[in-house]
Design a protein around this ligand. Structure first.
Ligand code: HC0
Ligand code: SF4
Length: 575
C-alpha cells in the first residue's frame, strides 16, 4: 500500500494512504477531541458523520479549518492540531452545542460521565454565551432497558450508525430542521412499540444524556431494606472481568471474590452465580442438540440465552423460531429455580423471595418482564442491575471495593465450571456446549477442553467436528448484522450448520451495554483473556461435571430434559 509522509504538530510520520487525520494524529500520540466520530474495530463501529465539528485542525496552505475525522492525509501534508485559532474555534462549537442543551448536568444520569460535559470542562467554558431555542420532546420511559431524552441529543448520529450498521435494526433517524432537529424513532413512537431489541448498544455510544439505561438501584435498595423480603442475587459471567474497571483497576481484572464480598455488605441474603445456571443450560442444551441431530429435526439449533437476539429473531425472522433452543437463559433458569426449589428448601414464600441479577446487559432488564418466562405466575427474576449500577451502589454504600477480602458464593447455586465462565465472551457458549456434547456422544472427553476455532473477535466463526462418526458443523456470530447473515443462509436453504451461537452485542456479553464504557478495543480483549484464564484456573472444565448440577438432578430435576426440567427451565416462542 502507498504511504504518505505527514507532519503533525512538528512530528513527522509515515502512514498508509487513506488514513484519516484523526487516526494519523493518534499514531504520534495526539488525541484530537471528537463527539461524533467513533472507530471501534472489534465492535465493527465506524461513525464518521462529521456533524459535531469539534475535531477541526489547520492544514498548511489552506485558509479554512478542516474536520479531521473524515478528511484523509495527503503526502507532505503539514497539520496543526492545537493552535489558539483551533482552541477558540472548538470553544465556540462547544458553546453553540450548549446553547440549546438542557443545563441540568447536576441531576442528569450522565453527570460526570458525559463527553460534552468533559469537553466543556477541558476547554474551560465559563459562561453560556449563546441562547438557542430549546426543543421540548418528551422523555421516553416506555421500557425497562433504555431511556431516551431527545432534548439532550447533539445529533452526533452514533446511535443511528450503531443501530443501522452494526445491529441492522434501524430504529433511529434524524428528523426536523434547525433547533428542532433530533434523532428519533419512526413516527416518534416509544421504543417499546418499535422492533428495538434493547441491546443498548446505542446507549453505550451516546456521548451525552440523550440515551441512558433504565436505572433500578433505588428499587433494589428498597427491597434490601424490607425485612419481609428474602433477597437473592446472581452475577453474570462477564461482570467479574469488568466491575474492577469502575474502581480504577486494570481492564479485565478478575474481581469475583471482591464482588461477592461487596454484595454481602450491600445486604443480599444469598449470593449465587449465573455461571452455575450456565452449566445447567449446557447440560439441557447439549441434550436438546443431540436429540435434534439424531432426529435430524429443527436444525440448526440456535442458542437462546441472549434476549436481544431472541427479540431480533422474533421480529425479523419469525418463521425460524422453531430453531431457537427451548432452554431459558441462565439468568432465567437461576431465577426459576430460586422461586421454586430454593423457596421450598428454605421454607420462604415465593411471594417474599426476590431475585436480583447483576448483568452486563440492558436487554436482560427487558427479558425478566416476559410472560412466558414466569415461574408459577411470579417473574423468575425481579430486577436486573447492570455492572455500572452495581458499582454505583457499592460506591454509595461507602464500600472500599479494592480493600475487600475475597468472598465465596453461597452453596447450592454458587458452584460452577470453567465452561460456564467463558459464556461471557463470543463463542463461549458454543465451546462449552461442544465440550459436553462430545462427551454425551462418545462417552469420552476430547483431547483438550479448548476449541480454539471458536475464539476471537471475527464476526462469524465456524468449525466442523467429527464426533463419534457424526459430523457437527457449528457457527458463532456476534453483532446482529452477522446474525442476519446466518439467518439469511438458513432462509435460502444454504446453511450447513447444526448449531449456531448468537450474541447481540459485538464481542459478546463482555461488550454489553451495562458494562463500563470502552473507548478502544484493548479493554474488550483484556476482558476476554481474563475469562479464558478464569476457565483454565477452574479445576473442572466441563459443565456436566459440576457436582452441584449433579446434585440438583438427583434431588430435584431427575434428569436433563425431564418433565420438571421442561416446566422450569424451558420455554417456547410463538410467531
Ligand atoms: Fe451473558 Fe448469559 S453469558 S447472556 O452473555 O447464556 O448478560 O455475562 O449472564 O443469562 O450465564 C449476559 C454474560 C449472562 C445469561 C449467562 C448466557
Ligand atoms: Fe438499536 Fe439496540 Fe439501541 Fe434498540 S437498543 S435502538 S436495537 S442499538
Amino acid at each position: 500500500m502507498k504511504t504518505c509522509k505527514v507532519t503533525i504538530d512538528g512530528l513527522v510520520i509515515e502512514v498508509d494512504e487513506g488514513t484519516t487525520i484523526v487516526e494519523a494524529a493518534k499514531k504520534v500520540g495526539i488525541n484530537i477531541p471528537t463527539l461524533c466520530y467513533l472507530n471501534q474495530k472489534e465492535k465493527g463501529i465506524l461513525c464518521q458523520s462529521a456533524s459535531c465539528r469539534i475535531c477541526v485542525v489547520e492544514i498548511a496552505g489552506r485558509k479554512n479549518l478542516f474536520t479531521s475525522c473524515n478528511n484523509v492525509v495527503t503526502d507532505n501534508m503539514i497539520i496543526t492540531t492545537h493552535s489558539l485559532r483551533i482552541v477558540e474555534s472548538r470553544k465556540k462549537i462547544i458553546e453553540l452545542l450548549l446553547s440549546n442543551h438542557p443545563k441540568d448536568c447536576l441531576i442528569c444520569d450522565k453527570n460526570q460521565n458525559c463527553e460534552l460535559q468533559s469537553l466543556a470542562a477541558e476547554y474551560q467554558i465559563d459562561r453560556y454565551r449563546y441562547e438557542g431555542k430549546k426543543s421540548n420532546y418528551a422523555k421516553d420511559n416506555s421500557n425497562t432497558s433504555v431511556v431516551r431524552e431527545p432534548n439532550k441529543c447533539i445529533l452526533c448520529r452514533r446511535c443511528e450508525t450503531v443501530c443501522n450498521n452494526v445491529q441492522t435494526v434501524g430504529i433511529y433517524s434524524a428528523i426536523n430542521r434547525g433547533f428542532k432537529s433530533t434523532v428519533a424513532t419512526a413516527f416518534n413512537q416509544p421504543l417499546a412499540d418499535t422492533v428495538c431489541t434493547f441491546c443498548g448498544q446505542c446507549v453505550s455510544v451516546c456521548p451525552t444524556g440523550a440515551l441512558t439505561l433504565a436505572n433500578h438501584t433505588n428499587e433494589v435498595l428498597k427491597l434490601l431494606n424490607d425485612n419481609k423480603k428474602f433477597v437473592v442475587v446472581q452475577t453474570a459471567p462477564a461482570v467479574r472481568v469488568a466491575l474492577g474497571e469502575l474502581f480504577g483497576l486494570e481492564s479485565g481484572s478478575l474481581v469475583t471474590g471482591k464482588m461477592v464480598s461487596a454484595l454481602k455488605l450491600l445486604g443480599f441474603d444469598k449470593i449465587f452465580d449465573s455461571n452455575f445456571a450456565a452449566d445447567l443450560t449446557i447440560v439441557e442444551e447439549a441434550t436438546e442438540l443431540i436429540t435434534r441431530v439424531k432426529e435430524n429435526k429443527n436444525l440448526p439449533i440456535l442458542t437462546s440465552c441472549c434476549p436481544a437476539w431472541v427479540k431480533f429473531i422474533e421480529h425479523q425472522y419469525p418463521d425460524q423460531l422453531n430453531l431457537v433452543s427451548t432452554c431459558k437463559s441462565p439468568q432465567e433458569m437461576l431465577g426459576s429455580l430460586s422461586k421454586s426449589y430454593l423457596a421450598m428448601k428454605l421454607g420462604v414464600n415465593p411471594a417474599d423471595l426476590v431475585v436480583v441479577s447483576i448483568m452486563p446487559c440492558l436487554s436482560k432488564k427487558y427479558e425478566v418482564s416476559r410472560e412466558e418466562l414466569k415461574t408459577n405466575n411470579f417473574p423468575s427474576v425481579d430486577y436486573v442491575l447492570s455492572t455500572n449500577e452495581l458499582a454505583a451502589m457499592i460506591k454509595r454504600a461507602g464500600i472500599l471495593f479494592n480493600d475487600l477480602q475475597e468472598g465465596q458464593f453461597d452453596d447450592f447455586m454458587g458452584e460452577s465450571t470453567g465452561a460456564a465462565t467463558i459464556f461471557g465472551v463470543t463463542g463461549g457458549v458454543m465451546e462449552a456446549a461442544v465440550r459436553t456434547a462430545y462427551f454425551y456422544l462418545t462417552g469420552q472427553r476430547p483431547a483438550t477442553p479448548e476449541f480454539v476455532d471458536l475464539r476471537g473477535f471475527d464476526g462469524i466463526k465456524e468449525a466442523s467436528y467429527d464426533v463419534a462418526g457424526i459430523k457437527i458443523n457449528v457457527a458463532v456470530a456476534h453483532g446482529l448484522k452477522n446474525a442476519r447473515k446466518l439467518l439469511e443462509e438458513i432462509k435460502t436453504g444454504k446453511s450447513k450448520y447444526h448449531a449456531i451461537e448468537i450474541m447481540a452485542c459485538p464481542s459478546g456479553c463482555i461488550g454489553g451495554a451495562g458494562q463500563p464504557k470502552t473507548t478502544d478495543d484493548i479493554a474488550l480483549k483484556k476482558r476476554a483473556t481474563s475469562l479464558y484464564q478464569d476457565d483454565v484456573n477452574n479445576p473442572i472444565r466441563y459443565s456436566d461435571e459440576n457436582p452441584a448440577i449433579e446434585k440438583l438432578y438427583k434431588e430435584f430435576l431427575q434428569k436433563p430434559g425431564s418433565h420438571l426440567s421442561h416446566e422450569l427451565l424451558h420455554t417456547s416462542y410463538v410467531k
